[in-house]
Ligand binder design. Structure first.
Ligand code: HAM
Length: 448
């Protein structure tokens, strides 16, 4: 890619590194991802949602038709290329279009409606990388497909809020709510909006000058100062909302009040994807406003039809996991580390190694997180490594211990050690670690 500094260098000399805006997730950060995924899975399961994973790669028209050609995402930000069969494919920039494609393709209309799905996946946008904006980023999202009722919109917003609450960051965000109307009420509004901007084009940024023709509603949420001043003066959608949309919006607000969810009615929220109709919302940072919104969503009742299906209403939201992690760190939210090791196994000589290999498996099967220095030589080097792992206990086995059928248990903090018969060692370690601290793993209740 042209703006990647590494592209300027000779391929042979080039230091191998990740592309700009596309990052490794290193073990320390994985602890956050694991925790967030657990919270999302838990909350979604409790509400009857089932998990779906659509492919990372779709035919490009899934997004062109779904998200809309006039949006920044489709216009500028998609990773699109031809596959070896000369078909245009795209790395998915968002989750909703793929989920609706899948709903239609797999005849999910036959299932009890609404179909409630969630996903936790990487997405790709060729955006300008900056803090909180990456080219590969993870989102979790939910979609409620097949029914239309403001209570469903309220449930989706509530679910998003509760997940944020469980993650310890709900208080950092305000819910900005709007209803951008249906085709009926929006047509007249768009006309009047365009008329308002006629003659003022020169005060708009170049993006907004383009949007005026293709997607005038987006002029309302441009972040540039001059465009914002004009947007304040532009006609307000509220006066154009038809009675049905008015009623839907009023009911949604009543339901949110009932759920005790605070929101700000913000007529300037329009969202960056074309498929939205009616309800739209964003979770804004209370300090930074629209910059680095943590999540957003809304209703997309016309999307299935745009994608060649029967009219099918839907509502959903998605949130950016990297932005959530940044906020959790800012708030000093600590997540449990599952990576701490219980036991280090040190051994000397091949006979001891032979005994230690199956012993390590037995310890692990019992839920004891165990590492061994199978490649290290001296006992000193092995114990040094045990210190690095910060284990509470080390098991030591040498030629004498093999002969006597014992294992030495060394308490690392006290520096004390004692022999334990090898057949008793697993349960002895369980006593030391505590049954409640074991990393229990069971392959579940599958029937083989
Ligand atoms: P979106 O607002 O485009 O909505 O993205 C949702 C969230 O993904 C954003 O609020 C942000 O936290 C995160 N995000 C987006 N782009 C980036 C990026 N370049 N780097 C880091 N994080 C990013 C959607 O994607 C809709 N599909 C949401 C939805 C679901 N609407 C209905 N159902």
């Amino acid at each position: 890619m042209a703006d990647d500094p590494t592209d300027q260098q000779e391929p042979k000399l080039r230091k191998l590194q990740n592309p700009t805006g596309i990052h490794d997730i290193l073990p320390d950060d994985h602890e956050y991802y694991t925790f967030i995924k657990k919270v999302v899975r838990h909350r979604c399961r409790q509400a009857g949602f089932r998990r779906i994973t659509t492919p990372i790669l779709e035919f490009t028209d899934v997004f062109e038709r779904g998200i809309g050609g006039a949006t920044d995402i489709v216009d500028k930000e998609m990773y699109t290329f031809l596959d070896k069969g000369d078909r245009s494919v795209t790395l998915k920039p968002e989750g909703t279009a793929g989920v609706i494609r899948s709903y239609l393709q797999h005849g999910m209309k036959e299932l009890p409606q609404p179909v409630e799905l969630y996903y936790i996946e990487p997405h790709f946008r060729y955006d300008r990388p900056q803090k909180g904006r990456y080219r590969q980023f993870w989102q979790f999202g939910v979609e409620v497909i097949g029914e239309k009722d403001p209570a469903l919109d309220a449930q989706v917003i509530d679910l998003a809020y509760r997940i944020n609450e469980d993650l310890g960051i709900a208080h950092l965000f305000s819910i900005q709510l709007n209803n951008i109307g249906c085709g009926k009420c929006r047509t007249k509004y768009k006309e009047d909006l365009v008329n308002f901007y006629i003659g003022k084009e020169r005060s708009l940024c170049s993006d907004c000058q383009n949007r005026l023709e293709k997607n005038p509603l987006r002029l309302l949420d441009c972040k540039k100062e001059d465009c914002q001043i004009l947007a304040e003066l532009a006609p307000k959608f509220e006066q154009y909302r038809c009675p049905e949309c008015q009623d839907f919006h009023a009911k949604l607000k009543e339901f949110l009040d009932e759920l005790g969810i605070k929101y700000v009615d913000n007529p300037r929220i329009v969202r960056g994807l074309d498929y939205y109709v009616g309800t739209v919302f964003e979770f804004w940072d209370t300090n930074q406003g629209a910059q680095n919104a943590i999540g957003g969503g809304g209703r997309y009742d016309g999307l299935a039809e745009l994608m060649g299906g029967q009219p099918t209403p839907g509502v959903g939201f998605a949130a950016g996991i990297e932005r959530i992690i940044a906020n959790m760190k800012r708030e000093n939210v600590k997540v449990p580390s599952k990576d701490d090791i219980h036991i280090f196994v040190a051994q000397l000589g091949d006979d001891a190694k032979k005994k230690c290999l199956p012993l390590m498996n037995k310890l692990r099967d019992r839920g004891i997180k165990t590492v061994g220095a199978l490649g290290k030589g001296s006992m000193k080097a092995q114990l040094r490594l045990a210190d690095k792992f910060n284990v509470p206990y080390t098991l030591i086995m040498g030629i004498t211990e093999v002969r006597e059928g014992v294992v030495i248990v060394r308490d690392m903090s006290k520096g004390q050690q004692r022999p334990v018969p090898i057949e008793e060692i697993v349960e002895e370690v369980v006593k030391l670690i505590g049954e409640e601290n074991l990393d229990k793993y069971s392959p579940g209740e599958a029937i083989y």
